[in-house]
Design a protein around this ligand. Structure first.
Ligand code: NDP
Length: 240
Protein backbone atom coordinates (compact mmCIF):
# COMPACT_ATOMS: atom_id res chain seq x y z
CA UNK A 1 0.00 0.00 0.00
CA UNK A 2 1.17 3.52 -0.76
CA UNK A 3 2.73 5.39 2.14
CA UNK A 4 0.90 8.61 3.03
CA UNK A 5 3.20 11.65 3.17
CA UNK A 6 2.55 15.14 4.51
CA UNK A 7 4.84 17.92 3.24
CA UNK A 8 4.39 21.31 4.91
CA UNK A 9 5.10 24.19 2.54
CA UNK A 10 4.91 21.52 -0.12
CA UNK A 11 3.45 23.64 -2.90
CA UNK A 12 6.43 25.87 -3.70
CA UNK A 13 10.22 25.86 -3.79
CA UNK A 14 12.07 23.02 -2.07
CA UNK A 15 8.81 21.66 -0.67
CA UNK A 16 7.29 21.31 -4.14
CA UNK A 17 10.32 19.35 -5.31
CA UNK A 18 9.99 17.12 -2.22
CA UNK A 19 6.27 16.53 -2.84
CA UNK A 20 7.02 15.49 -6.43
CA UNK A 21 9.93 13.23 -5.43
CA UNK A 22 7.79 11.43 -2.84
CA UNK A 23 4.99 11.00 -5.36
CA UNK A 24 7.50 9.58 -7.86
CA UNK A 25 8.60 7.17 -5.09
CA UNK A 26 5.03 5.84 -4.86
CA UNK A 27 3.70 7.86 -1.92
CA UNK A 28 0.32 9.51 -1.74
CA UNK A 29 1.21 13.11 -0.91
CA UNK A 30 -0.60 15.96 0.86
CA UNK A 31 1.13 19.31 0.41
CA UNK A 32 0.33 22.23 2.69
CA UNK A 33 0.74 25.96 2.21
CA UNK A 34 0.09 29.17 4.14
CA UNK A 35 -1.89 31.48 1.89
CA UNK A 36 -0.67 31.56 -1.70
CA UNK A 37 -3.81 29.99 -3.22
CA UNK A 38 -2.72 30.72 -6.78
CA UNK A 39 0.59 28.86 -6.45
CA UNK A 40 -1.14 25.96 -4.70
CA UNK A 41 -3.80 25.65 -7.41
CA UNK A 42 -1.13 25.74 -10.15
CA UNK A 43 0.85 23.09 -8.28
CA UNK A 44 -2.17 20.76 -7.99
CA UNK A 45 -2.99 21.32 -11.65
CA UNK A 46 0.58 20.44 -12.65
CA UNK A 47 1.11 17.45 -10.36
CA UNK A 48 -2.28 16.12 -9.27
CA UNK A 49 -1.06 16.45 -5.65
CA UNK A 50 -3.74 17.69 -3.21
CA UNK A 51 -3.00 20.86 -1.26
CA UNK A 52 -4.27 21.96 2.14
CA UNK A 53 -4.10 25.43 3.68
CA UNK A 54 -3.19 26.05 7.30
CA UNK A 55 -0.72 28.01 9.39
CA UNK A 56 1.87 25.63 10.83
CA UNK A 57 2.45 28.14 13.63
CA UNK A 58 -1.01 27.46 15.05
CA UNK A 59 -1.47 24.17 16.93
CA UNK A 60 -5.26 23.95 16.63
CA UNK A 61 -5.19 24.70 12.89
CA UNK A 62 -2.43 22.14 12.37
CA UNK A 63 -4.23 19.42 14.33
CA UNK A 64 -7.49 20.08 12.45
CA UNK A 65 -5.68 20.14 9.08
CA UNK A 66 -3.89 16.89 9.83
CA UNK A 67 -7.17 15.26 10.91
CA UNK A 68 -8.68 16.32 7.57
CA UNK A 69 -5.74 14.90 5.59
CA UNK A 70 -5.97 11.61 7.50
CA UNK A 71 -9.75 11.42 6.95
CA UNK A 72 -9.25 11.92 3.21
CA UNK A 73 -6.03 9.98 2.52
CA UNK A 74 -5.49 7.70 5.53
CA UNK A 75 -3.02 7.65 8.43
CA UNK A 76 0.14 9.70 7.81
CA UNK A 77 3.34 7.61 7.64
CA UNK A 78 5.78 10.32 6.56
CA UNK A 79 6.06 13.92 7.75
CA UNK A 80 8.32 16.41 6.02
CA UNK A 81 8.46 19.58 8.15
CA UNK A 82 9.62 21.96 5.44
CA UNK A 83 7.58 25.17 5.84
CA UNK A 84 9.86 28.02 6.80
CA UNK A 85 10.28 31.78 6.56
CA UNK A 86 12.97 34.42 7.01
CA UNK A 87 12.56 37.84 8.63
CA UNK A 88 16.15 39.08 8.47
CA UNK A 89 17.56 42.05 10.34
CA UNK A 90 20.80 42.78 12.19
CA UNK A 91 20.24 41.93 15.84
CA UNK A 92 20.17 45.56 17.01
CA UNK A 93 17.31 46.22 14.59
CA UNK A 94 15.45 42.91 14.96
CA UNK A 95 11.96 43.42 16.37
CA UNK A 96 10.22 41.06 18.78
CA UNK A 97 7.66 40.56 16.01
CA UNK A 98 10.36 39.34 13.60
CA UNK A 99 11.66 37.01 16.29
CA UNK A 100 8.25 35.54 17.10
CA UNK A 101 7.11 35.13 13.47
CA UNK A 102 10.17 33.06 12.66
CA UNK A 103 10.06 31.03 15.88
CA UNK A 104 6.32 30.34 15.43
CA UNK A 105 6.78 29.06 11.85
CA UNK A 106 10.19 27.39 11.81
CA UNK A 107 10.40 25.93 15.31
CA UNK A 108 6.94 25.74 16.91
CA UNK A 109 5.67 24.82 13.43
CA UNK A 110 7.70 21.61 13.58
CA UNK A 111 6.23 20.73 16.99
CA UNK A 112 2.72 21.52 15.71
CA UNK A 113 3.22 19.31 12.65
CA UNK A 114 4.81 16.28 14.28
CA UNK A 115 2.95 16.20 17.60
CA UNK A 116 -0.52 15.36 16.18
CA UNK A 117 0.79 12.46 14.03
CA UNK A 118 3.18 11.02 16.65
CA UNK A 119 0.66 8.89 18.63
CA UNK A 120 -0.60 7.21 15.42
CA UNK A 121 2.94 6.48 14.24
CA UNK A 122 3.77 4.94 17.64
CA UNK A 123 0.64 2.82 17.53
CA UNK A 124 1.31 1.55 14.00
CA UNK A 125 5.03 1.03 14.63
CA UNK A 126 6.19 3.04 11.64
CA UNK A 127 7.07 6.64 10.92
CA UNK A 128 9.46 8.83 9.00
CA UNK A 129 10.07 12.41 10.12
CA UNK A 130 12.32 14.69 8.08
CA UNK A 131 12.88 18.29 9.15
CA UNK A 132 14.30 20.84 6.73
CA UNK A 133 16.81 22.83 8.75
CA UNK A 134 19.52 24.99 7.14
CA UNK A 135 23.25 25.55 6.81
CA UNK A 136 22.61 28.73 8.79
CA UNK A 137 21.34 26.70 11.74
CA UNK A 138 24.69 24.90 11.72
CA UNK A 139 26.99 27.90 11.40
CA UNK A 140 24.90 30.98 12.28
CA UNK A 141 24.45 33.92 9.91
CA UNK A 142 24.67 37.69 10.04
CA UNK A 143 21.18 39.24 10.38
CA UNK A 144 19.60 35.85 11.06
CA UNK A 145 19.68 35.43 14.84
CA UNK A 146 16.01 34.44 14.72
CA UNK A 147 16.32 32.10 11.72
CA UNK A 148 19.58 30.46 12.85
CA UNK A 149 18.15 29.88 16.34
CA UNK A 150 15.11 28.09 14.95
CA UNK A 151 17.08 25.99 12.48
CA UNK A 152 19.55 24.94 15.21
CA UNK A 153 16.54 24.17 17.41
CA UNK A 154 15.13 21.95 14.67
CA UNK A 155 18.26 19.80 14.90
CA UNK A 156 17.64 19.41 18.65
CA UNK A 157 14.07 18.30 17.92
CA UNK A 158 15.27 15.68 15.45
CA UNK A 159 17.97 14.24 17.73
CA UNK A 160 15.50 13.95 20.61
CA UNK A 161 12.67 12.49 18.51
CA UNK A 162 15.13 9.95 17.09
CA UNK A 163 15.77 8.62 20.58
CA UNK A 164 12.08 8.57 21.54
CA UNK A 165 10.84 7.01 18.31
CA UNK A 166 13.50 4.40 17.52
CA UNK A 167 11.94 1.54 19.47
CA UNK A 168 8.59 2.23 17.77
CA UNK A 169 9.93 2.09 14.20
CA UNK A 170 9.97 5.87 13.83
CA UNK A 171 13.01 7.71 12.51
CA UNK A 172 13.68 11.46 12.62
CA UNK A 173 16.36 13.08 10.51
CA UNK A 174 17.26 16.52 9.22
CA UNK A 175 18.44 17.92 5.93
CA UNK A 176 20.43 21.15 6.05
CA UNK A 177 20.35 22.78 2.61
CA UNK A 178 22.91 25.37 1.65
CA UNK A 179 21.83 28.05 -0.81
CA UNK A 180 19.20 26.68 -3.18
CA UNK A 181 17.78 28.32 -6.28
CA UNK A 182 14.25 28.98 -5.00
CA UNK A 183 12.22 32.20 -5.18
CA UNK A 184 13.59 33.08 -1.71
CA UNK A 185 17.17 33.15 -2.99
CA UNK A 186 16.52 34.28 -6.57
CA UNK A 187 14.76 37.38 -5.15
CA UNK A 188 18.01 38.76 -3.67
CA UNK A 189 19.87 41.27 -5.89
CA UNK A 190 22.15 39.65 -8.47
CA UNK A 191 25.26 41.20 -6.89
CA UNK A 192 24.45 39.65 -3.50
CA UNK A 193 23.64 36.32 -5.17
CA UNK A 194 27.00 36.36 -6.97
CA UNK A 195 28.80 36.95 -3.68
CA UNK A 196 26.85 34.03 -2.13
CA UNK A 197 27.85 31.78 -5.04
CA UNK A 198 31.46 32.91 -4.54
CA UNK A 199 31.37 31.26 -1.09
CA UNK A 200 30.16 27.89 -2.42
CA UNK A 201 33.02 25.58 -3.45
CA UNK A 202 30.73 23.93 -6.02
CA UNK A 203 30.51 27.35 -7.73
CA UNK A 204 26.71 27.26 -8.06
CA UNK A 205 23.47 27.28 -6.13
CA UNK A 206 21.84 23.95 -5.33
CA UNK A 207 18.68 22.81 -7.08
CA UNK A 208 15.49 22.00 -5.12
CA UNK A 209 15.55 18.51 -6.64
CA UNK A 210 18.96 17.87 -5.03
CA UNK A 211 17.42 18.45 -1.61
CA UNK A 212 14.33 16.44 -2.54
CA UNK A 213 16.41 13.37 -3.36
CA UNK A 214 18.05 13.45 0.10
CA UNK A 215 14.62 13.73 1.70
CA UNK A 216 13.15 10.95 -0.42
CA UNK A 217 15.87 8.59 0.78
CA UNK A 218 15.38 9.49 4.47
CA UNK A 219 11.62 9.03 4.03
CA UNK A 220 11.95 5.62 2.40
CA UNK A 221 11.51 2.23 4.05
CA UNK A 222 15.19 1.59 3.18
CA UNK A 223 16.40 4.28 5.60
CA UNK A 224 15.13 2.51 8.73
CA UNK A 225 18.53 2.45 10.46
CA UNK A 226 19.34 6.11 9.70
CA UNK A 227 18.06 7.98 12.74
CA UNK A 228 18.94 11.32 14.33
CA UNK A 229 21.27 12.23 11.49
CA UNK A 230 21.76 15.39 9.47
CA UNK A 231 22.49 15.47 5.76
CA UNK A 232 24.34 18.68 4.83
CA UNK A 233 23.61 19.45 1.18
CA UNK A 234 25.49 22.67 0.54
CA UNK A 235 28.04 22.22 -2.27
CA UNK A 236 30.92 21.91 0.21
CA UNK A 237 30.27 25.25 1.91
CA UNK A 238 30.27 24.04 5.50
CA UNK A 239 31.16 20.84 7.35
CA UNK A 240 30.15 19.81 10.85
P1 NDP B 1 9.63 29.14 -0.19
O1 NDP B 1 9.48 30.51 0.36
O2 NDP B 1 9.92 28.97 -1.65
O3 NDP B 1 8.32 28.27 0.16
C1 NDP B 1 7.88 28.23 1.48
C2 NDP B 1 6.69 27.31 1.61
O4 NDP B 1 6.31 27.27 3.00
C3 NDP B 1 5.47 27.81 0.85
O5 NDP B 1 4.71 26.71 0.42
C4 NDP B 1 4.70 28.58 1.93
O6 NDP B 1 3.31 28.68 1.66
C5 NDP B 1 4.96 27.69 3.14
N1 NDP B 1 4.81 28.40 4.41
C6 NDP B 1 5.46 29.51 4.85
N2 NDP B 1 5.01 29.86 6.06
C7 NDP B 1 4.05 28.97 6.41
C8 NDP B 1 3.18 28.82 7.53
N3 NDP B 1 3.21 29.66 8.57
N4 NDP B 1 2.30 27.79 7.52
C9 NDP B 1 2.24 26.94 6.47
N5 NDP B 1 3.05 27.02 5.39
C10 NDP B 1 3.92 28.03 5.35
O7 NDP B 1 10.76 28.45 0.71
P2 NDP B 1 11.98 27.51 0.29
O8 NDP B 1 11.51 26.43 -0.60
O9 NDP B 1 13.11 28.35 -0.13
O10 NDP B 1 12.36 26.89 1.73
C11 NDP B 1 11.81 25.67 2.20
C12 NDP B 1 12.52 25.30 3.50
O11 NDP B 1 13.93 25.14 3.24
C13 NDP B 1 12.41 26.35 4.59
O12 NDP B 1 12.28 25.73 5.85
C14 NDP B 1 13.73 27.10 4.51
O13 NDP B 1 14.08 27.68 5.73
C15 NDP B 1 14.67 25.94 4.14
N6 NDP B 1 15.89 26.38 3.50
C16 NDP B 1 15.87 27.04 2.29
C17 NDP B 1 17.05 27.41 1.68
C18 NDP B 1 17.10 28.09 0.34
O14 NDP B 1 18.20 28.41 -0.12
N7 NDP B 1 15.98 28.32 -0.31
C19 NDP B 1 18.35 27.14 2.32
C20 NDP B 1 18.26 26.44 3.57
C21 NDP B 1 17.07 26.07 4.12
P3 NDP B 1 2.74 29.85 0.66
O15 NDP B 1 3.08 29.35 -0.74
O16 NDP B 1 1.29 29.89 0.91
O17 NDP B 1 3.47 31.10 1.01
Amino acid sequence: MARIALVTGGSRGIGAAISKALKAQGCEVAATYAGNDEAAAAFTEETGIKTYKWNVGDYEESAAGIAKVEAELGPIDIVIANAGITRDAPFHKMTPEQWHQVVDTNLTGVFNTVHPVWPGMRERGFGRIVVISSINGQKGQFAQVNYAATKAGDLGIVKSLAQEGAAKGITANAVCPGYIATEMVMAVPEKVRDSIIGQIPAGRLGEPEEIARCVAFLASDDAGFVNGSTISANGGQFFV
